[in-house]
Structures are given as structure tokens and as C-alpha cells.
Design a protein around this ligand. Structure first.
Ligand SMILES: NC(=O)c1ccc[n+]([C@@H]2O[C@H](COP(=O)([O-])OP(=O)(O)OC[C@H]3O[C@@H](n4cnc5c(N)ncnc54)[C@H](O)[C@@H]3O)[C@@H](O)[C@H]2O)c1
Length: 297
């Protein structure tokens, strides 16, 4: 192993190349090893950002179908998820599907911090309990995604002053990936916007697992209300061709009320708005050092 490592990195934003020379020991000491589970849109984006980051080391990338990883550095590909612990990741990030969190989340937490990219999985009370119980040595990190004001809402929940919370997401019909009756209802949307669902987030998560991660983050932040009392509404709007709109409305004592409207740029058919990628990366960078338990990030 070389005593020194020379790293050249290009920072396009600054138009310069930085060269850093570090001892192997210092490098190993400083770098946080991150494993990525799922190599779709978000997994690809994160794998690239991790490799560019001076303080992060890509421990592994796993994907259900190996074909998606063709051309990727062989030594970074994890063939069998059962071998994840051999890669000594400090943080494992699931960006595949809620089912992966269900099957592997508690195991990951035995060995590393775990960031749940599909927090809709937490709408299963059984899974939430098993993850909370597993997070005794490491932290379970829940990204806020497109949810604005998470910290303020969590503070109100801590004080018990949060009385109601409603999250409304409006998207183009092709940006929804739905199951059951909601799928049928969405297919019938013609030219006017239609409210597809309005009710508890717990029932919505399994029907729209890829679309309402933001609402699941809201239910975690609003822990005094939780998945049963936080309301989620999804609206299918054929006129909305460039944006996802996320509205968050909060009610507290004596008429306290806050409403935020987030316009997230998104092309027709995109499940995830572009600003959400950057938000997810920021969450991943702060998903550390909080110890055992569940943490919003
Ligand atoms: N928290 C957030 O803010 C946020 C934002 C965007 C996406 N997400 C979630 O992250 C996950 C990945 O999103 P994406 O946009 O990269 O999706 P994607 O469809 O582009 O990629 C998903 C990847 O996981 C794999 N996969 C799908 N189902 C699987 C299963 N049951 N078991 C194992 N692998 C499976 C697919 O082969 C694909 O490689 C999704 O669950 C999505 O809902 C969360």
C-alpha cells in the first residue's frame, strides 16, 4: 500500500483542478465509507457524488439486476447483498425499494448507520418498530426529501404544540406510480386536475410508495401525530408539465398556521423533482454522528 496518495480532483464550479496529497493513514481515518443499495436514478447520482467528494469513499454499490452496473468499477460492485458487512461501510443508503429496507434494514443497522431512501416503508408499524429496535448501536437516518420545514415541525412535535399537518403533492399524471384504485383513477384523468387521495398518510404510502416519501418524512418529523394523523393529499394535474408542487400546512395553538408551497422543477413523467436530488445528497452528507435512534436529516 503506498505511503502517500495523490488525488487530483476537478471542481468545475471553480474551473480548477485541486491536487491533494495525503498519507494513507490520514485518508483512511478521514473518509466515511458509504455503501449504495440500488443503482437507479438516485443511486447513480449518489455514487457519482460520493466518488467526487474528498471525505467520502464508495464502499460498494449493489443493484438487483447486475446489468445496470455494466461498465462500473468491478471492485466497487457488491454481487451479493449478504456480503455487505465485508465492505465495512460506515453508512448504508437504500435507494432501491421499500421491500429492500423491509428485508435488510434491521441487518444493516447492526453494522452501520442506515439511511432509508424509501421512508414510505415506515408506514408499516411492524417495520418501523423493528428498525427502531435495531437502531441501538447505529443511527437510522430519514431524509427530509422535498419536505420543507422539517426541523420546525419536529420542534413543535417535541413540545406537543403541533395540532395538524397536511402535505399536498400535485404532479402531472405521468409522474405518478400508483397501485390499486388510485392507478385506475389516475388513468381516467383527462384535462382537469383531480384529487386522487386525501386522508391518512399511512394508507397512502403502500399505494404510492415512490411518490410520497416526502409525506413519510413529514410523518416522522411530526412524531406526535405520526402516519395515522398526518394527512396526505395527491392531486393529478395534466396542466402541470414543468413542476411538482408540494404544499405543507401546519396548525398549532391559538390559530397558529403556516403554509409553504414548494415548486420543484420536474419534467413530464419524472417521479422525482430535480431539486430533490440535491436535497437527498445534502441529507446523506449530514447523516452521521447522531448516535443510535431515529434522526431526520
Ligand atoms: N426520500 C426521497 O426524497 C426520495 C427521492 C427520490 C426517490 N426516493 C426513493 O428512492 C428509491 C429509488 O429511487 P430512484 O428514483 O432511483 O428509482 P429508480 O426506479 O430509478 O431505481 C430503483 C432501482 O432499484 C431497483 N429496484 C426496484 N425495485 C426493487 C426491489 N423490489 N428490490 C431490489 N431492487 C429494486 C431497480 O432495479 C433500480 O435499479 C425509490 O424507492 C424512491 O421512492 C426517495
Amino acid at each position: 500500500m503506498p505511503e502517500f496518495q495523490v488525488v487530483a480532483r476537478k471542481y468545475p464550479a471553480f474551473g480548477e483542478i485541486c491536487i491533494s496529497v495525503t498519507t494513507e493513514r490520514a485518508r483512511v481515518k478521514k473518509m466515511r465509507r458509504v455503501g449504495i443499495v440500488g443503482y437507479g436514478h438516485l443511486g447513480k447520482y449518489l455514487a457519482e457524488k460520493i466518488q467526487e467528494h474528498p471525505d467520502l469513499d464508495l464502499a460498494f454499490v449493489w443493484n438487483r439486476s447486475p446489468a445496470a452496473l455494466e461498465g462500473f468499477k468491478q471492485d466497487l460492485i457488491l454481487q451479493d447483498l449478504k456480503d455487505f458487512s465485508k465492505r465495512n461501510a460506515d453508512l448504508i443508503v437504500e435507494v432501491a425499494h421499500p421491500d429492500i429496507t423491509k428485508e435488510w434494514g434491521p441487518r444493516f443497522l447492526e453494522e452501520a448507520d442506515f439511511m432509508i431512501g424509501s421512508p414510505t416503508a415506515l408506514s408499516s408499524q411492524e417495520l418501523e418498530t423493528s428498525l427502531r429496535e435495531a437502531a441501538i448501536r447505529h443511527g437510522l437516518y430519514v431524509p427530509s426529501g422535498a419536505f420543507w420545514g422539517a426541523e420546525d415541525i419536529r420542534k413543535m412535535a417535541d413540545r406537543g404544540t403541533l395540532q395538524n399537518l397536511k402535505v399536498t403533492m400535485t404532479k402531472h399524471p405521468t409522474s405518478f406510480k400508483l397501485g390499486g384504485d388510485l392507478k385506475v383513477k389516475n388513468e381516467q384523468v383527462k384535462d382537469k386536475k383531480v384529487v386522487l387521495y386525501d386522508g391518512p398518510v399511512r394508507e397512502l404510502c403502500p399505494l404510492a410508495p415512490n411518490n410520497v416519501n416526502t409525506m413519510a418524512a413529514a410523518a416522522v418529523a411530526a412524531h406526535n401525530l405520526g402516519f395515522d394523523k398526518v394527512t396526505g393529499s395527491i392531486v393529478s394535474d395534466p396542466q402541470l408539465t414543468d413542476w411538482h408542487i408540494v404544499e405543507v400546512e401546519v396548525w398549532g395553538p391559538n390559530g397558529f398556521n403556516v403554509k409553504t408551497v414548494r415548486s420543484n422543477p420536474a419534467a413530464v413523467g419524472a417521479v422525482t423533482g430535480t431539486a430533490t436530488y440535491a436535497s437527498f445528497l445534502s441529507s446523506m452528507l449530514v447523516a452521521k454522528g447522531k448516535g443510535p435512534g431515529v434522526h431526520l436529516c
